[in-house]
Design a protein around this ligand. Structure first.
Ligand SMILES: C[S@@+](CC[C@H](N)C(=O)[O-])C[C@H]1O[C@@H](n2cnc3c(N)ncnc32)[C@H](O)[C@@H]1O
Length: 194
């Protein structure tokens, strides 16, 4: 991760704290944990939510099969610019994940096998959490994978605990991976399946 990417991240987090929800990009270790538990051989389509400066994007590109359809959805135009520069040829949609159904149509992807999310769920209201999860369930295939991370210290927030309860309502299987202590702050991955 370049110094330029880190400073862009810090700058955007100062201007849009409720959207970015972190002071820096995820560590390499956390990014690996987000993708490693998925059986990529069976994945025909994957979307990344909130890629930021692309730490997890890089691991998805390394893990997926060559013919797997992949696009990223990022709201922040400055991050979109960084991503397009860093990954030429990657489909990056500057939009909200609330519109995932329309984005899938636009990308000519009828449904998704995997969603990998870097969204700051604990920074979202109850209404936003529901809106984004409801929209995702309309496009995620049965048996589909959903990965997202949470910061350990953030679990003190009611919004973070509410999100954990919601995951158990929305998914058939929710596993909590062990904590990545080298991440700043320490974080863990929710491994969910429909
Ligand atoms: C905590 S950062 C994670 C960045 C990156 N995935 C990482 O792990 O380093 C959250 C990202 O979600 C994006 N974001 C927030 N709300 C969004 C939304 N509704 N739709 C798409 N992206 C969103 C932010 O702009 C930011 O890039």
């Amino acid at each position: 991760m370049s110094v330029q990417s880190c400073s862009r991240f810090l700058c955007e987090s100062l201007f849009h704290p409720g959207q970015v929800g972190a002071i820096g990009p995820s560590s390499h270790s956390l990014a690996l944990r987000m993708v490693r538990w998925i059986n990529w051989e069976r994945v025909g389509s994957v979307a990344e939510y909130g890629p930021g400066t692309g730490v997890v994007t890089e691991q998805i590109l390394r893990s997926k099969q060559q013919d797997t359809r992949f696009f990223a959805v990022e709201l922040n135009p400055h991050f979109v610019e960084t991503l397009m520069h860093r990954f030429p040829g990657l489909a990056v949609c500057q939009d909200s994940v609330a519109n995932i159904e329309a984005i899938c149509r636009q990308q000519d992807v009828p449904a998704l096998d995997v969603v990998i999310s870097g969204l700051p769920w604990a920074a979202f209201s109850d209404r936003q959490q529901n809106e984004y999860l409801d929209a995702m369930l309309k496009v995620l295939n049965p048996g589909g994978y959903f990965a997202t991370f949470a910061y350990l210290p953030g679990m003190a927030l009611p919004s973070a605990r509410r999100f954990r309860r919601k995951l158990r309502d929305y998914f058939n299987e929710v596993r909590i991976d062990r904590t990545v202590w080298v991440n700043v702050p320490p974080a863990f991955v929710y491994q969910c399946r429909l």
